[in-house]
Structure formats: structure tokens, C-alpha cells
Design a protein around this ligand. Structure first.
Ligand code: ATP
Ligand code: NCN
Length: 236
């Protein structure tokens, strides 16, 4: 059996324990390494809070010493929006036509899939492996109601995760986590900015240290930074 290549793209602003639990669970159940790909310019998000290099560095700190989890910085080396289609085309060119590739996405991303660049063609390049999220279950009737075009595209592709090993691309499977993960980067950033003492629970200690050291996601630091260029340039 050709080993499966598991790819997990995200903004990771910042990476949280939910991302890591997903990557570990998929790695262990699918018996394959997971490549985490930070998006330099996430297509459907506004400006990120931490820059691309900081987000990639936090991801590297998060997986340091962790077997089978790797960071792939390729999207940082491309200009323009970090379209998944472009990333998968690069990967497919590298590994050839036979290696199965699965792109891991959360349920919220599945609902939005029809807005992705060349979304139907993604299935020519890879499988999608979806993870339910609170408020975004992977259920046929919910998908049919909330994203009918996506549901219609997925229906004939729907299979079990184990079946993704036996074909290079074109499948859709739900990966069953024992329990949906509550973490989100938005809520994590909110907790950091609010000085909520619980925020370090959602990041590995080296990532918490990096966030503190660089004063990321801290409203005061962002205000202070906003003054710096004007101060350097002198009075206008
Ligand atoms: N708790 C979670 N459960 C399932 N999927 C998740 C979870 N958190 C993130 N994901 C998925 O991981 C991918 C990357 O997520 P991303 O880096 O955007 O984090 P996020 O928590 O969704 O961030 P934000 O709150 O800023 O939107 C997306 O496909 C997203 O749906
Ligand atoms: O290719 C697209 O059009 C596209 C649109 C939205 C999201 N994505 C990718 O999906 C992954 C998760 O995105 P996000 O915004 O939830 O962090 C990340 O790798 C993005 O680059 C890709």
C-alpha cells in the first residue's frame, strides 16, 4: 500500500491545542506523517495578527520533538493568496500521480468550500479529510441545508477514512475525533488580549513563551506598535 500523505493547512494565528490534537489523532489512526502548512496569505481572512514567519515559527515550536508532525513552509515562499489548489498542485507534481494525498479541514471550512479557488478541481489532486467542530458537524442533512453545492459534490465521494489509502485523490471522509475540540484561534486571541489567565492552557509552553516574548495578540502591544513608525519619521 502506498503511504498516505496527510496535509493540514491553516492560518495558525496562533496554533492551538485543538490543531495539535487533530494532527496527532489523524497521524496515529492513519499511520502517516502530518505536514502542517501555515498559510502566508490566507485567502478568506483579513490581515493576520501575527505575521507569517511568526505563525510558522510558533507552529515549529509546537511540533518540536513530536514524531510524525512536520511544518512545511512552502506557502511562505509564494506571493499572493495562499490557494490550496496551488499548494496541492505543487505537492502532486513532487510526489507523482499515485501517492494518496489527504488535505485535513475543519467542519467550518467544509461549509465554505464552494468559495475556495478552483474548489471542484481540488478533488483531482487530493482527498479531503474533515473534522467536525462545535457548530460545524459533518452531517449530510446539515451540509445539504447549509451548503447544498458542497453536499452535492461530496455525496458520491463520501467514504471511510481507511479507504483514502487505496486511491490517490477524489475522496471525502470524516475523521471521527473521540470528542469535538472547543479551541479556536479567535477565542485564544481574545483571551490573551483580555489577560484571561486560562489562555496558556490552549498552547504548548514554548508557544506561550513566544507569544509573551513578542507580545503577540496583546491589545496594548498593538497600540504601541502603531505609534512606532510615526515616532521614527518625526512629526508629519
Ligand atoms: N477546534 C477545531 N476543531 C476542528 N477543526 C478545527 C479546529 N480548530 C481549527 N480547525 C480547522 O483547522 C484549520 C486551520 O484552522 P485555523 O488556523 O484557521 O484556526 P481557527 O481556530 O479556525 O482560527 P480562527 O478562529 O482565527 O478562524 C481549519 O480548517 C479549521 O477549520
Ligand atoms: O484555496 C482557497 O481558496 C482557500 C480558501 C479558504 C481557506 N483555504 C485554506 O484552508 C486552510 C484553513 O483556512 P483558515 O482560513 O480556516 O485558516 C488554509 O490552508 C487555507 O489556505 C484555502
Amino acid at each position: 500500500m502506498t503511504p498516505l500523505m496527510l496535509c493540514y493547512g491553516g492560518t495558525f494565528d496562533p496554533v492551538h491545542t485543538g490543531h495539535l490534537a487533530i494532527a496527532r489523532a489523524v497521524r496515529d489512526a492513519m499511520h502517516a506523517d502530518v505536514f502542517l502548512l501555515p498559510a502566508a496569505d490566507p485567502p478568506h481572512k483579513g490581515p493576520t495578527h501575527a505575521d507569517a514567519k511568526q505563525r510558522a515559527r510558533m507552529l515549529e515550536l509546537a511540533v518540536q520533538g513530536e514524531p510524525g508532525l512536520h511544518v512545511d513552509r512552502r506557502e511562505l515562499r509564494r506571493a499572493g493568496p495562499s490557494y490550496t489548489f496551488d499548494t496541492l498542485r505543487e505537492l502532486r507534481d513532487e510526489v507523482g500521480p499515485h501517492v494518496p494525498i489527504a488535505w485535513i479541514v475543519g467542519g467550518d471550512s467544509v461549509f465554505e468550500l464552494a468559495a475556495w479557488h478552483r474548489w471542484r478541481e481540488l478533488f483531482d489532486l487530493a482527498h479531503l479529510l474533515a473534522i467536525a467542530r462545535p457548530g460545524a458537524p459533518i452531517e449530510r442533512d446539515v451540509l445539504a441545508a447549509r451548503a447544498p453545492a458542497v453536499q452535492a459534490e461530496l455525496e458520491p465521494r463520501w467514504c471511510l477514512p481507511g479507504q483514502l489509502h487505496s486511491m490517490p485523490a477524489g475522496g471525502f471522509a470524516e475523521f471521527p475525533l473521540p470528542q469535538a475540540r472547543p479551541e479556536s484561534s479567535t477565542e485564544l486571541r481574545r483571551r490573551i488580549a483580555a489577560g484571561d489567565p486560562r489562555w496558556p492552557d490552549w498552547v504548548p509552553p514554548p508557544v506561550a513563551d513566544f507569544i509573551r516574548e513578542h507580545r503577540l495578540y496583546d491589545g496594548r502591544a498593538r497600540d504601541a506598535d502603531a505609534f512606532t513608525p510615526a515616532a521614527e519619521n518625526g512629526p508629519v
